[in-house]
Design a protein around this ligand. Structure first.
Ligand code: IVH
Length: 703
């Protein structure tokens, strides 16, 4: 700092340009360092007064020397300098999503499924199935970890398994308990509380007013604003936004908290969390529907956005037994509110080409606001849909959007159809590469036959490859994919892992600094080791989404075994084919797509190429590896006495076993209840161990 001999700061007006410039530089460094220790490390070294004096001096210098205002000036940011990004954290328990129902019938089916799963409820229909109903908050989910009653970390949901560390951001929340209130000796050693971070509607409106006045970006809706406010590397921005949270679930708990969902909510409140006060217990379908109607009537008057009602089984022992399917619990479901609608005009119909060559018609709309979001595109699904609804360019249409779903055209307003309009002529050729676009008899989709020569397909495959659920390469967005592909830097997916050979070229590209290239190449290197399930998903095989990719990884464990099995399975009647067919959840058409994919020479080359570049990690079951049935193949047959077949199967899978529908040489155990027929007989012939239900329970330590 520019000081006189007695150590006092020189008045601003006495400074030369050179001195002022040097002092501004020092202040930028100094203030940013104090911001970091204050916001991120929670260990300020200056008093508030001393800190304010630094900022005031900076401001005075900038007012007197406006031409010297620095790019990194503290006045341009309030708080800590952006770091390289959020660090990733693996969730101790995955953060799951919820299945949806949209009607009373679907809700009744959902409840019926629970009753069928739990034997005592199947056997005695008079046993009530108590549920808790609560609003579904339209925010973003967060997991907070407490150790010995003290807040230690916070993570966003991310992909459900790995989220982003937003501990520093959460520390700025005003209402959050940093210590769980109540008797510390009663607080479990580890408590993870999950909930939804949101911005109230009034705070959202106020924030947008401020943003607009400052010439900054305005947010489309409270949820986007909440996400944008939470995921800030500069935590002082988070601090300046009044984010709130409703708590509704848990992750890791070192000991159970209560016997019911309701008791858990009571405990959350006692610990100092906000639990939604519209939460209620319901005894049957009618009461659930009454809760839904009641919450839905209150929706408009609430100061936070909700997009449905969540129902959860109240008894926690039942929740535990019901477990999960794919990424959603069997014991909870979201009853979504109907979609919001608006009217607008179709200016054009665009045909987009996807990664599997599928042509998707998209309506380019006159922009319109639906439920607080400006919509200018709507999907038209496929050519049949266009023909069925007779959708034409120039038509006025009703569109709707529900949550994150892409807006859809519900109907054409025929009264407003312009005179002389013509039916839409669906193209028979790919609009990008000009190849024939054909339609299989049993498919609704027309596909470009260009394959690898169609740039649109190739680019879409690249985009999928680097996307979040696949290789998740940070900073490798659609724009990079398109540019690198256009410039010939990547022509086949494994080229991504050879991009470093173009390092010098990349660094001389316009708009690219040394640092951004280094970051991108480092992000790519980080992904050179990839779990098998992600790799399978990244290949973009038709019908192989994340859930199926995981099932395959779980079944075959290594890439070598998977490739061999797919090769063997191409022989009709082979054991490999029957094993593949036996994977629960993989139907015949998926099997067909898999075999076709692994049979094609160009895909074999692609896989060989990948294997040279990557370390593909064998599948690791998350489950208790001490379980004696990990990796074993089990077949259940006959009637079980203590649990339903569904529950037995789910439990076996939870313990790391594979459950198959038919007996083969590869079966390890057949669990046979009364009435077991041909499967038990076949097991006997093949010498497969047959267990009674009692023996099975003893084997898994639950007898
Ligand atoms: S329970 C294992 N309760 O909805 C079940 N989720 O669409 C965990 N959400 O990822 C979720 N309000 O982010 C639950 N009252 C509520 C909720 C809620 C909003 C979100 C949550 C979840 C998403 C699923």
């Amino acid at each position: 700092m520019t000081k006189n001999k007695t150590g006092e700061k020189l008045p601003v007006e006495k400074l030369t340009d050179l001195e002022a410039g040097a002092e501004l530089k020092d202040l930028a460094v100094e203030i940013s360092a104090h911001d970091k220790v204050y916001y991120q490390d929670d260990a300020p070294v200056l008093s508030d007064g001393e800190y304010d004096a630094l900022r005031a001096r900076n401001q005075a210098l900038e007012a007197a020397f406006p031409h010297l205002i620095r790019e990194d000036s503290p006045s341009k940011r309030v708080g800590v300098a952006p770091t390289s990004g959020f660090s990733k954290v693996a969730h101790a328990r995955p953060m799951l999503s919820l299945g949806n129902v949209f009607s009373e019938e679907e809700l009744a089916d959902f409840l019926g499924g629970i009753r069928r799963f739990l034997k005592e409820l199947t056997d005695d229909p008079s046993i009530p199935l108590e549920m808790v109903a609560e609003p579904k908050i339209d925010g973003l989910s967060i997991s907070l970890r407490y150790e010995k009653g003290k807040f230690v970390s916070a993570a966003t949901r991310g992909d459900g398994s790995v989220g982003e560390d937003v501990t520093a951001n959460l520390k700025t929340f005003k209402e959050l308990p940093f210590e769980l209130t109540g008797n510390v000796s009663e607080v479990p050693e580890i408590v993870e509380v999950r909930g939804e971070v949101y911005l109230s509607k009034s705070d959202f409106a106020e924030l947008n007013r401020r943003q607009e006045a400052a010439g900054e970006k305005v947010f489309a809706n409270p949820r986007n604003a909440a996400a944008g406010s939470l995921r800030q590397l500069d935590v002082s921005i988070t601090a300046s936004r009044p984010l709130k949270m409703f708590a509704y679930a848990w992750g890791e708990l070192s000991e159970p908290v209560g016997d019911t969902q309701w008791a858990f909510f009571e405990q959350l409140k006692a610990w100092g969390f906000q639990v939604n006060d519209l939460t209620q217990i319901c005894g049957d379908l009618d009461e659930l529907m009454a809760a839904y109607n009641n919450i839905s009537e209150k929706r408009a008057g609430l100061d936070y956005d909700i997009d449905g009602v969540v129902y959860k089984v109240n008894r926690l022992d039942w929740q535990e037994r019901l477990g999960f399917v794919s990424r959603a619990p069997r014991w909870a479901v979201a009853h979504k509110f109907p979609a919001e609608k608006a009217q607008t005009v179709i200016n054009e119909i665009d045909i987009q080409v996807g990664r599997t060559g599928s042509l998707t018609p998209v309506a380019k709309l006159e922009p319109v606001t639906v439920g607080g979001v400006v919509v200018s595109n709507a999907t038209l699904h496929n050519e049949d849909e266009i023909a069925r609804k007779d959708i034409r360019v120039g038509d006025s249409v009703v569109i709707q959007r529900a949550g994150d779903v892409i807006p859809q055209v519900v109907e054409v307003v025929l009264d407003k159809r312009p005179k002389g309009s013509k039916a839409f002529n669906y193209p028979g050729k790919c609009p990008i590469c000009g190849s024939d676009a054909v339609r299989d008899e049993d498919e609704a989709v027309r596909r470009c036959t260009g394959g690898a020569i169609c740039p649109a397909q190739v680019v879409e495959r690249f985009k999928h490859f680097v996307s979040r659920g696949a290789f998740d390469i940070e900073g490798f967005g659609s724009k990079h994919v398109e540019a690198f592909f256009d410039e010939g830097l990547i022509t086949t997916p494994a080229d991504i892992f050879r991009l470093k050979t173009h390092e010098t070229d990349l660094k001389t590209r316009e708009g690219w600094g040394e640092k951004s290239v280094d970051n991108l190449l480092a992000a790519i290197e980080e992904r050179r080791t990839v779990p098998l399930e992600r790799f399978i998903y990244a290949l973009g095989i038709r019908q192989i989404g994340q859930a199926n990719a995981r099932l395959l990884a779980k079944q075959y464990i290594s890439i070598g075994a998977l490739r061999q099995a797919m090769k063997d399975a191409s022989v009709i009647g082979s054991d490999a084919l029957s094993d593949l067919n036996n994977i629960d959840g993989v139907g015949p058409s998926v099997v067909g797509d898999l075999i076709t994919y692994f049979k094609e020479d160009k895909n074999k080359e692609l896989l060989d190429d990948f294997e040279k570049e990557l370390a593909i990690k064998d599948f690791e079951a998350l489950d208790d590896s001490s379980s004696p049935v990990v990796g074993k193949t089990i077949v259940f047959t006959g009637t079980l006495e203590t649990v339903t077949r569904g529950e037995a199967k789910a439990r076996a899978e939870q313990l790391g076993a594979k459950v198959a529908g038919s007996v083969s040489k590869k079966t390890d155990y057949v669990v046979a209840g009364p009435g077991a027929g041909s499967k038990a007989k076949k097991a006997g012939e093949l010498g497969v161990t047959i267990l009674s239900e009692e023996e099975w329970l003893a084997l898994i330590g639950e007898g």
